[in-house]
Unconditional design. Structure first.
Length: 586
């Protein structure tokens, strides 16, 4: 190892002998280098030797036992700053970092610690040099000696490599948004896109789609060699017990990104970098990244929700101007249905089921109508996934013939044990052979049953989807599964039966709803705006409650604002929020 580092080992050996000859306690009074003889049980260990041995243990844990003892001792000597051996090796050009580069070790683990403080090689040493040494040892965790980006490999996931292996789901219907991200990445300055949208609209999927295009060379030549690495901020902050450790990790990360401009950083939930790792009087991750982002030395893709963007990033003008906004709207029902058709194969393989076209359409229609607090396509995909899981669980029971065979095997095993206890070894051997025969037969039957399950997957239809959406939304299953056409046909008669002598009003109301349901309205327009006028007691509020119950299964499925409560000036704050200077203003 020393020869690979171009060190003259003969001169080094000669110099070591000279140093040893100067220690009278190790050699005799003459100049010959002959160590004193000790009993193996009485070999003395001074503090220097003890410290080196503890460092050897530390290096061995870092390497997971993949290095030989001589290499571990050499690494420990180069780490120990308080012994003469390190000074001597340094004079000949030996260095800890160089030796690590020459090492053939693969990954190492950071799951190590000394059980007691006394086991530490520097138990009473709080110097900055000692802290940096231990920090460097831990920062080299899980890295490969031949990797140029150890920090990025530790704290990030290469989405481009995952896409090249086919580990990402296909992205459908987001060509315009991906093209916008590509345009921003190709800029010379401020080439950092930030994707903003409600939860579930597919912000992370945009980046995964871009990684897939890069992996399959479907991007402009400026991006052909790019790598998109998803950064995990939690792992960067984790374990930073002392001040300066977080900043040092981030500094090394930025240094690697500058040295490798082909890497594009992706930070999901990017609002978490504001305040991350900060302590009183120190910088957070956002302020450390700002200079590199402004100069174009580091490229970053961010993703966050609309509310978090307004609360955090938009208020920080210096950070906001370094990113170019890409607004992401929820997909339409037609686009969502196309997405489900493209990704259903992976879910069918996972759940061993088969989705009908009506089931996929029901996933889109029912979640759009009954799950209003989430966005497409996420809620439709969740409904499809849960419907597949439901059908898989219904058919996951073990057949009776397999259960009976297992009971027979257990019974024979019990008899065999009893025969062995009774010292009836001939019977025990006979029972053992029977158990082996039945076990082989059980394995064959299980394999045949599993193969049959694969050949005949369970079918997921719209009724299963309706049950799942009912569980997710809390709306009764009978209401969810009811045919909308039949319900719209009977709506007029139902309302007329409950609201007396208002036939004309009910007719106009049901006509507007029917017209909206069959698609004869703009996507950006409401179903209708109605003003019910009349004296007290004619049934204005009652009609609205009956309509809510007819449409959504409950008369409480409405938002009611009583304007009699808004007579004073200040009461308008209930609708629009508190004004500036008052409690509750944002």
């Amino acid at each position: 190892m020393l020869k690979k580092m171009n060190i003259d080992t003969e001169k080094l050996e000669s110099e070591i002998k000279k140093v040893l000859s100067s220690h009278k306690e190790l050699v005799g009074e003459d100049s010959s280098v002959q160590p004193q003889t000790y009993n193996s049980d009485d070999i003395p260990l001074d503090t220097d030797c003890t410290r080196v041995m503890k460092l050897v243990v530390l290096e061995d844990k870092l390497a997971n036992g993949k290095k030989d003892s001589s290499e571990l001792v050499l690494l420990a000597l180069l780490h120990d700053r308080q012994n003469e051996a390190k000074k001597l090796l340094a004079d000949f050009g030996a260095d800890y970092a160089k030796l690590q580069e020459e090492s053939a070790a693969n990954k190492v683990s950071d799951d190590f610690s000394f059980p007691n403080e006394d086991d530490s090689p520097y138990p009473n040493d709080n110097s900055s040099e000692g802290s940096s040494m231990n920090g460097q040892a831990k920062e080299n965790v899980r890295t490969k000696s031949n990797s140029d980006t150890p920090v990025i490999d530790n704290f990030g996931t290469d989405l481009t490599a995952v896409a090249a292996k086919g580990g990402l789901d296909p992205v459908v219907g987001r060509e315009k948004e991906i093209l916008r991200v590509v345009q921003i990445l190709c800029r010379r300055k401020k080439n950092n896109p930030i994707i903003i949208g409600e939860p579930g609209v597919g912000k992370s999927a945009i980046v995964e789609g871009l990684a897939d295009q890069i992996a399959h060379h479907r991007v402009p030549h400026l991006l052909t060699n790019k790598r998109i690495v998803a950064l995990n901020m939690a792992t960067i902050v984790a374990g930073t017990q002392y001040r300066g450790q977080f900043e040092e990790r981030l500094r090394r990360l930025i240094k690697e990104l500058k040295a490798h401009p082909e890497i594009v950083l992706f930070i999901d939930e990017i609002h978490t970098i504001i305040g991350a790792g900060s302590a009183p009087g120190s910088l957070d991750a956002a302020n450390i990244l700002k200079p590199a982002l402004a100069r174009g030395e580091v490229q970053c893709i961010g993703a966050t929700t609309t509310n978090e963007f307004k609360k955090t990033i938009e208020k920080d003008g210096a950070l906001d101007r370094r990113f170019q906004k890409v607004m992401l709207e929820p997909t339409t029902q037609e686009e969502t249905l196309t997405i489900l058709h493209n990704i259903k194969g992976r879910y069918e393989q996972h759940h061993n089921v088969s989705y009908t076209d009506d089931a996929l359409k029901a996933c889109v229609d029912l979640t759009s109508r009954y799950i209003t607090d989430r966005a497409l396509p996420d809620k439709a995909i969740d409904a499809m996934d849960e419907a597949g899981a439901r059908m898989h669980l219904e058919g996951a029971g073990t057949p009776k013939f397999i259960e009976e065979k297992e009971k027979d095997i257990e019974s024979l095993r019990s008899q065999k044990q009893q025969a062995a206890q009774d010292q009836n070894y001939e019977l025990a051997a006979n029972l053992r052979d029977q158990v082996q025969t039945l076990t082989i037969e059980l394995e064959r039957m299980t394999q045949e049953w599993q193969a049959q399950q694969q050949e005949n997957p369970a079918e997921v239809n719209e009724n299963v989807v309706a049950e799942v959406v009912s569980m997710m939304s809390g709306v009764p299953a009978t209401r969810v599964a009811a045919n909308e056409t039949d319900r719209l046909k009977g709506m007029r008669q139902t309302l007329n039966a409950r609201v007396i002598a208002q036939d004309k009003t009910v007719e106009r109301l049901t006509r507007a709803i029917t017209r909206s349901r069959i698609g004869l309205k703009g996507n950006d327009r409401p179903i209708g705006t109605f003003l019910f006028v009349g004296p007290t007691g004619v049934g204005k509020t009652h009609l609205v409650k009956c309509l809510a119950e007819q449409m959504f299964g409950s008369k409480d499925a409405l938002i009611r604002i009583d304007m009699s409560e808004y007579g004073e000036k200040y009461s308008v704050s209930r609708l629009v929020g508190a004004p500036p200077g008052y409690v509750g203003y944002e």
